[in-house]
Ligand binder design. Structure first.
Ligand code: AMP
Length: 122
């Protein structure tokens, strides 16, 4: 899928739409999800134009990949999630119901998050 430069996260990266920012560096931007599904629900996005993990891991430079994943860990730590644990999750493509077509990792925490995935899929 081609990258749509008007997707909402691209617009946040360009500063056209505000976000509740928690972290930014050369490789990543992190901000609170607008519809939180846990006491802490933060999104971490790479700065480059990647739709999915496939795009990212085939087209991004090693520096971008390392910088992004280091930022995910930094954000979780800075949010104070490391001691009690947290979940990081990325909806990737149609079967995962990805809504925003710019790669993003959800960080959930701040409470017991329960089981990993809806039961009964297999
Ligand atoms: P998904 O693509 O299904 O992994 O989820 C996209 C996420 O982006 C959802 O949890 C939305 O609540 C969130 N979202 C959409 N627009 C914004 C926005 N402007 N600011 C922050 N979060 C957003």
């Amino acid at each position: 899928m081609a990258y749509d430069t008007d997707n909402i996260f691209a617009r946040i990266l360009r500063g056209e739409i505000p976000c509740n920012r928690v972290y930014e560096d050369d490789w990543a931007l992190a901000f609170h999800d607008i519809r939180p599904q846990a006491p802490v629900h933060v999104l971490v996005i790479p700065k480059g134009p990647y739709v999915t993990l496939e795009d990212f891991t085939t087209q991004a430079t090693t520096e971008e990949i390392a910088g992004f994943w280091r930022a995910v860990g930094t954000v979780a730590r800075d949010l104070g999630l490391s001691a009690d644990g947290y979940r990081f999750l990325a909806n990737n493509g149609r079967h995962a119901h990805q809504e925003v077509m710019h790669l993003h990792v959800h960080l959930f925490g701040g409470c017991d998050l329960g089981g990993m995935i809806k039961r009964g899929l297999v």
